[in-house]
Design a protein around this ligand. Structure first.
Ligand code: MRU
Length: 338
């Protein structure tokens, strides 16, 4: 993402990897639509984008920069997607900053701009720290399975789960990756495969339903994924298909690691059953790139995320270190800085 103080340009992730095109948003409506329509996606990326959208909202309301107007901007941006908590975390942070500010609109907007830039810059630093902690879990010649996209595109830069691979490469480790294509939206085949190949990782694309067989017949050291929301007990909401992968990993003695910043942890939620799961358009399942593949009139269920029980997670890598099970109590302690 590129921010120029008034507008944000987002690489259009819907068109990658074939077309590298940017969508320039100069209004908060445009930012909200870009998040809703998946121009930008991935939990930390939508959080940072929403923070810049909040600044644009303040600029739009410069002549009457009041709490009521900024509440509306916050609500509009928060309504875009329900599962990734980073969105609400970033908006809360921007809104409390706004509520703490006193001064003329130019000063308020400048301060909000600084806060949004801090959120973006911190994200990169946090990802690099997680990468460093996370890479220590990987052997020097590691084969991993990835799901969805948890790379630079899903964050401000560097990535969470893919950041762990990036850091391992920087340590001279040789990493091979089986990349789940991640039906129905294909974040794996379109985005992760593209990013990993750019990093120089030996990348092998598989359909989601091949992961079990790969674990059974090939050497796989770990499954590594990001997260959209982690409950206090360690349950993890991530892209649909993550839960099945975790079960398969348990069955085949493959480590299952989650890499996510503290901003993805929701202490207000005790367990994964409280996490709202987004359901998306039926067209994503019945069609691929606009081409219908299913019979007309068929029933469709399209949850975009699932929840993996904490008992299936071997470690949660955060910027404050690696948390190992049992998670109860430990996660809260880490988040509160204990
Ligand atoms: O629907 P998406 O593409 O926004 O879902 C993204 C994921 O599920 C990612 O794995 C998650 O946000 C972690 S990204 C660092």
């Amino acid at each position: 993402m590129k921010w120029d103080g008034r507008s944000i340009s987002l690489i259009d992730q819907r068109k990658l990897p074939q077309v590298e095109e940017y969508v320039k948003c100069e209004s908060s409506d445009c930012v909200a639509l870009a998040i809703k329509d998946m121009v930008v996606r991935g939990a930390p990326a939508i959080g940072a984008t929403a923070a810049f959208g909040y600044v644009i909202g303040a600029i739009e309301n410069k002549d009457d920069l009041c709490v009521e107007k900024m509440n509306k901007i916050k609500e509009k941006l928060a309504k875009t997607r329900p599962t990734a908590v980073n969105l609400f975390w970033a908006l809360e942070r921007m809104h409390s900053k706004f509520l703490s500010l006193k001064g003329d609109p130019d000063y308020v907007i400048r301060s909000l701009n600084d806060e949004a830039e801090r959120i973006a810059n911190e994200d990169i630093a946090v990802n690099k720290k997680m990468g460093e902690y996370g890479q220590s879990l990987l052997p020097s010649n590691a084969t991993v399975i990835t799901h969805c996209n948890a790379g630079a595109l899903a964050t401000v830069d560097y990535g969470t789960a893919i950041g762990m691979i990036h850091a391992a490469l920087d340590h001279g480790k040789v990493i091979s990756a089986y990349v789940d294509e991640t039906r129905p939206y294909l974040q794996g085949s379109r985005l992760t495969a593209w990013e990993l190949m750019k990093l120089g990782v030996k990348t092998t694309l598989i359909c989601d339903n091949m992961a079990g067989w790969v674990m059974k017949t090939k050497k796989v050291d770990a499954v590594i994924v990001g997260a959209d929301r982690i409950a206090s007990n360690g349950d993890v909401a991530n892209k649909i298909g993550t839960y099945s992968l975790a079960l398969l990993a348990k069955r085949h003695n493959v480590k299952f690691y989650v890499v996510a910043p503290i901003s993805t942890i929701d202490l207000n939620i005790k367990s994964g059953s409280e996490i709202p799961i987004e359901e998306r358009s039926h067209d994503e399942v019945t069609s691929i790139k606009g081409i219908r593949i299913a019979p007309d009139g068929v029933g469709v269920y399209n949850p975009a995320f699932d929840v993996t029980d904490a008992s299936l997670v071997d470690a949660i890598v955060t910027e404050r270190g690696v948390i190992f099970p049992p998670y109860d109590g430990k996660i809260e302690k880490v988040v509160r800085g204990g």
